[in-house]
Design a protein around this ligand. Structure first.
Ligand code: HEM
Length: 449
């Protein structure tokens, strides 16, 4: 028997628009899931939205039924304005070809080759922190982590190809571009972005500025006889196994923009939360300190050290359980379907939330408690693989996950070697939109260790 999912009725005409678009959306979704169960339904103006909150059903959506649950949704269309048709946004055969072409560049072995670039960039930040520590300055972890992860992706992509001016442009453009994109995704009145408003022109100007830089580098790189082995070069050298064709300049631009956008704010947010959680849990912080001292002493980490820094990685994973950088994921339902016993009508949207699944009481004991031992090998094996989705799942799982984990563990380790990050208050709320940001930032001071 098929069940038509139940859910909140909302207001006439707009339905639950203000609940889903409002700042308290995650608590509202949590209350809907609590009241209506694994599959619920509510209205957003003319569309029905299904909230799927069971890992078995999410697994179906992301694996065997992935062709019926596509990225043809409003948020991906908004993001496409910036990223173009990239591995992140493309669908069907176009996506399959791109994924085949880019995936080899993100393998562990290839990422290992970028490790010195990553650690050099972190070391540069720490030099600045030495000065801030002497001056007893208050820094903001949200800002610091955003800057360092942006520099890491820029240098991993382009080595030293960016001029000083271009580096400055990238740094200036990114925060407003990301903020505006976050806002656009939450706005159901998308027609406003077609109007000739100054804000829309500025948005396009940011994209154009980045495009100019990216195309300049690609063009120069095509003429170089001895190119550096950075991520851009790996992507340029990649050839389709079936056709032998490489990515075109346009396609390279879209992949580069994707690494810029998908590859830095996510890691930055998770790292900001990591400092909040370590500040709340001195016992965990001390264990990280002990592991870093034992594995590295004063040495800079290398890829060989990464598997040894296993407790630090567990801390990062548990941080992403409580504060998944991508809190809500949408899909478009192409054809009518049945999920569990529930009827899902084609032409509508489903959403599922790593944030909610990571706190689902049927799959996590004491879900609100921060406990890195959940990621001990034996415990991890017992977890439902779709109850923990910081990187998504199925064939469209994040292609940059090894990159992100190595970078995060290296940042945590290198900061810990030198400093204790001290927060005046660790009572920080999440601000949920496209990403899970710490509301109001994360002010901190530094103490030398
Ligand atoms: C902690 C850091 C990161 C998190 C939490 C994260 C999260 C995610 C998630 C949830 C998805 C799946 C989206 C969906 O299915 O709708 C995804 C896809 C993707 N991510 Fe990441 N990401 C991170 C870092 C990175 C990095 C560092 C890169 C690149 C260097 C990257 C590149 C991508 C790409 C290209 C996709 C699209 C994959 C596909 O659809 O085939 N991400 N990421």
């Amino acid at each position: 028997m098929q069940i038509n999912p139940d859910g909140p009725k909302g207001y006439p005409v707009i339905g639950n628009l203000f609940d889903l678009a409002g700042p308290d959306r995650i608590n509202w979704l949590q209350s809907v899931a609590q009241q209506y169960g694994d599959v619920s339904k509510f209205k957003l103006v003319t569309d029905d939205i299904y909230l799927i909150n069971h890992p078995d059903l999410v697994k179906e959506i992301l694996t065997k039924k992935s062709d019926n649950y596509t990225k043809n949704t409003l948020s991906f269309k908004v993001v496409k304005v910036v990223l173009g048709e990239s591995t992140f946004t493309a669908m069907g055969d176009v996506w399959r070809r791109k994924r085949r072409l880019v995936q080899p560049s993100y393998q562990k072995r290839k990422i290992a080759a970028l490790s010195t670039t990553i650690t050099d960039t972190i070391a540069e930040m720490l030099e600045e922190w030495e000065v801030a520590c002497d001056k007893k300055q208050t820094l903001n972890a949200a800002h610091e982590m955003m800057q360092v992860t942006l520099k890491v992706v820029v240098k991993s992509l382009f080595s030293t190809a960016l001029s000083k001016e271009e580096t400055q442009t990238v740094a200036n453009v990114f925060t407003p571009l990301l903020d505006a994109t976050n806002k656009r995704v939450s706005n159901p009145f998308q027609w406003v972005y077609k109007l000739p408003l100054a804000s829309n022109k500025t948005y396009q100007k940011y994209i154009n500025e980045l495009d100019t830089i990216i195309f300049r580098i690609i063009k120069d790189r095509r003429k170089t006889t001895e190119p550096p082995m950075d991520l851009l070069q790996m992507l340029m050298d990649s050839e389709d196994e079936e056709t032998g064709e490489p990515l075109t300049d346009e396609e390279l631009r879209d992949e580069v923009m994707t690494v810029f956008i998908a590859g830095h704010e996510t890691t930055a947010n998770a790292m900001s939360w990591l400092w909040v959680l370590l500040s709340k849990h001195a016992d965990v912080r001390e264990k990280v300190e002990a592991e870093v001292a034992e594995v590295l002493g004063d040495r800079t980490p290398t890829p060989v050290d990464f598997p040894q820094l296993s407790y630090t990685l567990k801390v990062f994973k548990e941080t992403m359980r409580l504060y998944p950088p991508v809190p809500i994921l949408p899909r478009q339902v192409e054809e009518n379907d049945t999920l569990g016993d529930y009827f899902i009508k084609g032409g509508n949207r489903i959403i599922f939330s790593p944030y909610l699944l990571h706190r689902h009481p049927d799959f996590w004991e004491n879900p609100e408690v921060f406990d890195p031992h959940r990621f001990d090998k034996e415990a991890e094996i017992k977890q439902h693989s779709f109850a923990y989705l910081p990187f998504g799942g199925g064939s469209r799982i994040c292609v940059g996950n090894h990159f992100a984990m190595m970078e995060a563990v290296f940042i945590a380790a290198m900061v810990t070697q030198r400093f204790k990050v001290v927060l005046p208050s660790n009572d920080i709320e999440p601000q949920i939109s496209l990403t899970t940001r710490p509301k109001g930032g994360v002010p901190f001071t530094l103490e030398r260790r």
